[in-house]
Design a protein around this ligand. Structure first.
Ligand code: GAR
Length: 215
């Protein structure tokens, strides 16, 4: 068996959510925090879009928000260096990408290795990238779903934490399949973040082991 390369901390943590749009996964995570299912607080909601509905909602809830304007930075590396400074300044333990439509630079991925997680609306490693519900329908796969994974420098790669499966129906459109997948996203994303701060995630090689409570 591969050596343990990471074990998630058992602690009350501080989460930063990065989003670019609707923010329904952010809302699901926040609800789980409010219920006490995740031992953490949402310390920051960051967006590259000033009017992202998720950011607007976070502001209305009185959470700390930050719009970081990509136009103010010459390169993606400069942008992500500023992101790292913001995270360090707020002592963020875990970044949850929730519909954040920017590819992270290797610098950010390395600075926060095993401290960034993402939700993707397909069963990775199938269908990375964009418009993946459309691609799943066009390929004729019978099942699709969603994946929560640690973020590595490659897009939509990194050790898989949880997945959920949904059937692809014959009369599905991109929208109906996306909606069916989203229901599962809202379950497994908060669950994965809860496991993280319960100290129950152990990474060995590419695999993530879910430890028994108290192990
Ligand atoms: C979600 O379906 C999420 O899986 C997807 O964007 C949507 C965001 O919705 N993310 C990706 O495609 C990342 N590759 P939300 O803003 O309502 O959470």
């Amino acid at each position: 068996m591969d050596d343990v390369v990471f074990r998630s901390p058992r602690k009350r943590g501080r989460i930063a959510v990065f989003l670019s749009g609707r923010g329904s996964n952010f809302m699901a995570i926040r609800e789980a925090v409010e219920r006490g299912d995740i031992d953490a607080e949402v310390g920051l909601v960051l967006s590259n879009k000033p009017d992202a509905p998720g950011l607007v909602q976070a502001r209305a809830w009185g959470l700390e928000t930050l719009f970081l304007d990509p136009k103010l930075f010459a390169t993606r590396e400069d942008y992500d260096r500023a992101v790292v400074r913001e995270l360090e300044g707020r002592r963020v333990d875990l970044v949850c990408l929730a519909g954040y439509m920017r590819v992270l630079t290797p610098g950010l991925c390395q600075a926060y290795e095993h401290r960034i997680v993402n939700i993707h609306p397909a069963l990775l490693p199938s269908f990375p990238g964009l418009h993946v519900q459309r691609k799943a329908i066009d390929w004729g796969v019978r099942f699709s779903g969603c994946t929560v994974h640690f973020v590595a420098a490659e897009v939509d790669m990194g050790p898989i934490i949880l997945q959920a499966v949904v059937p692809v129906l014959q009369d599905d459109t991109e929208e109906t399949l996306a909606a069916r997948i989203l229901v599962e996203e809202h379950k497994i994303y908060p669950e994965a973040v809860g496991l993280y701060f319960a100290g129950r995630l152990e990474v060995r090689g590419r695999r993530v082991f879910i430890l028994e409570p108290g192990a």
